[in-house]
Unconditional design. Structure first.
Length: 448
């Protein structure tokens, strides 16, 4: 094998050289982002971008209510620009933006040449008012070093369905995913919606209804060409059980995945609406039972599964489950564990127990420019997590070459995603000069 043929002079024997190789590989790899909530510009208002959307991100909204007296009702009644002004004043001007989400906004602004210490948003608003959206998309993807983004597409969302039905142009860098939450998590409401669209379904998810859901998924898969099907699940997700969810999974979803040869992504552990007043910012976390994921993998060996778990306490179990089932690929550090300290410990465990056979990160970006910070921050942390495993190898007398380090990183950020999603095209790496290296972010001068 090529890796074994490394010439002695190419083998990196010192710690500093290894650290440099890891940092450079992480800086230059082009990322396949397997889970976002982004849309192309052709989907108009569904595509979120710019300073107001950045500041009204639900992660920051949750933080705002800890720093200010305003009631959620009063906040959500305000126009978006005033919401953004308030978030800026409370979290960035009157406070030090320490949290991961707040620091992320600073990374974005600095990367775009804007002042992260501005007293108000006028400079940023002017910048976003002047950019050409299509050029801006290219700039953002280049700064983030992202080659592809996978969307979250819900055909039961009437607004979104209209864009698909009118064959809106979809930028080829954006890949579709058929999201199943309404079907698998809110069947008691969703069956009526399907019924209104002409499908012969019922509240019990009878065999006839399950067939009709299969027909619905077939029809929308034809339109979306999804890279995978996906669902986020509560902590009490149990498989199998005597519920519409199990009947729909077994009678429709898993068959459609097989027919399309795409994985099913399971995102487990979210408690929706813990504080309903906060809207999207009001969801919480709970411990899940990873053995349900194991049973799916065991009973459906011909299917492929992607999985991520929200609770810190479930991370180790998911890794062990993946050691048992080759059809299970852990991906990303999701939402409340998408912070440097937790990414580092989860990713280290994954390297130690799975080698390079997982997808270390996804961005979950909802606003285009978040790609810049989410990937800049993740690249740094994944470098910190990868280095100890490679150092361990050096100490064991196996000296990696630069090409081998690059190969591992390429596999993690492109290969595992493309392999799991059955895409084989390889992307050229970024030139180190143009990517958002941490040094570049911190050294850049603010505009003006
Ligand atoms: O279910 C999901 O895809 C979650 O990522 C979202 O619901 C959540 O609101 C989010 O944006 C987390 O990052
Ligand atoms: Zn998400």
């Amino acid at each position: 094998m090529l890796f074994r043929e490394a010439k002695p002079e190419d083998q990196i024997r010192d710690e500093a050289g290894l650290r440099r190789a890891v940092d450079e590989a992480l800086k230059s790899v082009r990322v396949f982002d397997v889970h976002t909530h982004l849309f192309p510009f052709s989907f108009e208002r569904l595509c979120k971008w710019g300073i107001d959307d950045l500041l009204t991100y639900h992660y920051l909204v949750a933080e705002l209510f800890r720093s200010c007296e305003i009631s959620p009702k009063a906040f959500f009644e305000m126009p978006e620009s005033r919401q953004a002004d308030l978030v800026w004043r409370k979290l960035f001007v009157e406070s030090v933006p320490l949290s991961e989400a707040a620091a992320g906004v600073c990374t974005v602004l600095t990367s775009l040449g804007l002042d992260p210490r501005a007293k108000d948003l006028s400079e940023a608003r002017e910048y976003f008012a002047e950019v050409d959206p299509h050029e801006h998309l290219d700039v953002v993807l280049e700064l983030a070093g992202v080659s592809d983004v996978v969307m979250t597409n819900d055909p039961l969302d009437d607004q979104e369905a209209l864009y698909w039905q009118s064959d809106s142009f979809v930028d080829p860098r954006f890949h579709a995913v058929l999201r199943l939450d309404p079907i698998l998590c809110q069947w008691d409401q969703t069956w009526r919606k399907l019924d209104a669209r002409g499908y012969k379904v019922d509240a019990e998810a009878s065999p006839k209804a399950v067939d009709e859901v299969h027909r619905f998924l077939d029809s929308w898969s034809g339109r979306l060409q999804p890279r995978y099907l996906a669902v986020s699940l509560p902590p009490d997700f149990a498989y199998p059980d005597d519920s519409p969810r199990t009947r729909l999974l077994e009678g429709a979803v898993l068959h459609v995945c097989r027919e399309l040869d795409v994985p099913l992504a399971l995102m487990v552990g979210v408690r929706r609406g813990v504080n309903p007043e906060l809207g999207l910012a009001g969801d919480g976390v709970g411990w899940a039972d990873v053995s349900s994921i194991e049973r799916l993998c065991e009973r459906w060996p011909e299917n492929r599964f992607l999985a991520t778990v929200l609770a810190l306490e479930n991370q180790h179990q998911l890794i062990v489950a993946a050691r048992k089932f080759a059809n299970l690929t852990p991906f990303g550090c999701w939402w409340f564990v998408n912070n440097p300290s937790t990414i580092e410990s989860i990713t280290r465990m994954r390297f130690e127990m799975l080698g390079p056979t997982f997808i270390p990160q996804h961005s979950d970006a909802r606003v285009l420019e978040q790609l810049i910070y989410k990937w800049a921050h993740s690249r740094r942390v994944v470098a910190d997590a990868l280095y100890p495993s490679l150092r361990q190898l050096q100490l064991a007398g196996w000296f990696p070459t630069r090409a081998e380090v690059d190969g591992v990183v390429e596999r993690l950020f492109q290969g595992c995603a493309r392999g799991t999603l059955c895409l084989d095209q390889i992307q050229a790496p970024l030139s180190v000069e143009v990517r958002p290296a941490k040094s570049q972010v911190s050294e850049q001068q603010p505009k003006g």
